[in-house]
Ligand binder design. Sequence first.
Ligand SMILES: O=C(O)CCC(=O)C(=O)O
Length: 240
Amino acid sequence: MTTSPTHHRHLQLLEDTEAAAIADWIRSRREQWTPLHPLAPAFILGTAAYIEDKGQASDWNRYAEKVATTNPMLEEGFGDATRRILDAMGDAYNATFFTDPGFGLPGAHIFEPSPHFLNRFASTHFDRQWELLDLTGYDGVDSSRILSFTLPLELPTGGGGLLLWPKVADPTHEAGRGKTPPRPEDMDRVEVEYTVGELVVHDGWHLHEMAPFRSADGDRARITLQGHAISCDRGWLVHW
Ligand SMILES: O=C(O)CCC(=O)C(=O)O
């Protein structure tokens, strides 16, 4: 395990063959992928609050309904890997990590090779998904303690990574609810290199962004498992 000034950690989790088997299963569920963009081949599998919930009261019901359908599917496809993520994070942070059937399980981001992804294409953001969830059932929710994690299962030609800045969110900054904070200077930016099967965990209050593709060649996609966690009295509630 390594740490850095941006407080990210790498935790070895899956063998290449295990990661490839999950990526193949995700591909086999293509008809259940949700497109993220009208033109670019970007998709998710699962239910992510940042997509379903734009802060309207009715959005919460839609999120909950979709979670009830997708959670059993994700459990069938890679429930064991999700449990291994929770166990590894539990060991690394010496705490309990748990899921709630009412919240989206960690799901998959899928980006197929395309020139669309050669330039910076993703939002620069802090992870404020927890603001979109109904956390009233939990005591001691501490939004200053959040974590985000990504498990690469397949990486495109040239690899993949995460752009991460030492900049920590100003709690008064209205960066949530779909607004992208202004892009900071790139000078102090770190590019975290992803490795298939190695979980990257970071404090979601550090500004970050998916790194662009380095090549649009080849047929390997960027397929990752993605999730977030927020601290409460019971431990760390994992959600997407
Ligand atoms: O896929 C990645 O590298 C990071 C994704 C991310 O930042 C997010 O889903 O909040």
